[in-house]
Each structure stands twice: as C-alpha cells, then as structure tokens.
Design a protein around this ligand. Sequence first.
Ligand code: ADP
Ligand code: MG
Length: 295
Amino acid sequence: ATMPPLLSAIANAGRHGVLVKSAVVMERLGQVDAVALDKTGTLTEGTPRVTDIRPLAASSLDEDGLLTLAAAAEHPSEHPLARAILDAARTRGLYIPVVTDFSSAPGTGVTATVDGCTVAAGSPARLLSEGDGHPAAVVAAQLENDGRTAVVVIRDRTPVGVLGIADRLRDEAATTVTALSTLTGATPILVTGDNPRSAVRLAAEVGITDVRAGLLPQDKVTTVRELQQTGRKVLVVGDGVNDAPALAAAHAGIAMGRAGSDLALETADAVIVRDELATIPTVVALSRRARRLVI
Ligand code: ADP
Ligand code: MG
C-alpha cells in the first residue's frame, strides 16, 4: 500500500530533522501566510556572551565586583542571559556567593538576596524608571545602540552597573527569512522581549522591517491574534518558555529543539530537532506538495 501523502510528508520532514506531531499539523504548515519569528535562540544561536562590564563610578565596584553580584543573582536562572553571565564569572575565576529569596519575572529579569542586599538584574526598560537620565540608563542605551542586550544590575534599589551581552545571528537566518517571504508572500515579523534598538539592528541584517520588541509572553500572543484578526494564518517559531503562549495561539507553532525549553517543545506542533532554520521553509513546501496530492 502507498502511504497517504500527509503521512509520507511527515516521514520526509523527519528525514530533514523536523518532528511534525500529527497529520493535521503537517497540513496546517502549508496553509500559513504570515510568520512571526522569535529573536533570541531562534534567529540567533542562543549562546550569548558578555562583551561589556560597566560598573558605575558611584557604585565603588570594579568589573569583578559587578560581575559577581550579577552572577550570584542569576545563578538559579536558566535564561540564556543568566548562562552568559555565569560563564563570564567562571572564566574570571570569581567566587559566586549563594543567594536566597530568588525570583524571576519573564521578560524582565531576576531578583535575589545576596549577602543581605537585594540584587536585581534585568531589562533596563523595565527596571529603570523612564527618562530619569540615570547614568545606568545612559550606558544601557549606548550598549543597545551597539546591538547588545543590556542587563542593568541594581543593589538595594540603586543601579550599580550594566552588562552588555551579544548573541550571534545564525548563518542561515537571512536565507530562511527570504525563503519564507517567497513561500508565504509576506516578510516574517520579529517578536522579541529584547530591547527595540538591538532588535531593529539585527532584523535589518536579515531583511526584516516589522519588529515588535519589548514584548512580554502575553504580548506575543496579542501580536499573533492581531494578525489572525486580519485573516492571516500565522506560523510562530520560538524556543523559550516566553514563546509557549504564542506557540499555542498560532495556526502552527515550531520550536527549536536543541536548546528549546521543555515547555516550548511540548506546546509546539512541530520541533526542529537540530535547530536548522532552513528546514522551516522546507516543511512548508513539503506540506503544500502533500496537500496538492490530497485534494
Ligand atoms: P526573547 O523574546 O528575545 O527570547 P525574553 O522574553 O526571554 O527574550 O527576555 C526578554 C528580556 O527580558 C531580555 O532581553 C532581558 O532584558 C530580560 N530578561 C529576561 N530574563 C532575564 C534574566 N534572567 N536576566 C536578565 N535579564 C532578563
Ligand atoms: Mg527566545
């Protein structure tokens, strides 16, 4: 017996390293006419590195002191930015004190008690009050204009320094965006929790002009729903816990398999097992061919 077209398309997708969870999903992948791509860990490799360590003069901290505080507060976090900060601290051989009262807020950052002080590390846009011209905000804006993600470190409510973190664009990001534009007739949009400055800069490198930055997980859902209200069938591609709600809301959701969070992998309709972005347009095309055979 010959296999039904959608099932052989699933097998074929599997050979390309894409795990498609059902025939319904295989069919939906070919119907999409809009694409929303996450930035960190999706368009970028997701292995960010600390590039700048900027203690503020008033803090009386040196680079190691600032990095130690940040690493301590981030220690319990699994966020890629936390891993970058811990790697940098370990590379410098710093001793990282144990923290208590750790908590994290998606799209914002972390807080913990370090040596009796409350230390927060995270997004300058969310943690610094708008337009107060604090030196930390000035340094953060400089770093963001250079395409970095800035992490501000705050001790007992006083900003003490800023870290600059950079992630590499995946080699196949630009060609994937072009292929998806051609297939769907619409250039993908970028949805990210990161700051608009570095998001717009990175988007330009891959040919994306529609950038939605500074989004919380629920804002990513709102973006998907808005597109759906204009009659679009949206494909969402993401990797993080913060992408899970949008993956669930999408017509089809694809998760990055290699470093993707468990929640993203479970919520998505399909998983790119080896993180090869170029297989996304491949499965859309496979779906379309199978649907032509079905109909
Ligand atoms: P993305 O949508 O780009 O994958 P996230 O929603 O995970 O990004 O994070 C958005 C922003 O929230 C980050 O750019 C950072 O400013 C802040 N943030 C989130 N988690 C952390 C953390 N553990 N430490 C520092 N900043 C964080
Ligand atoms: Mg991400």
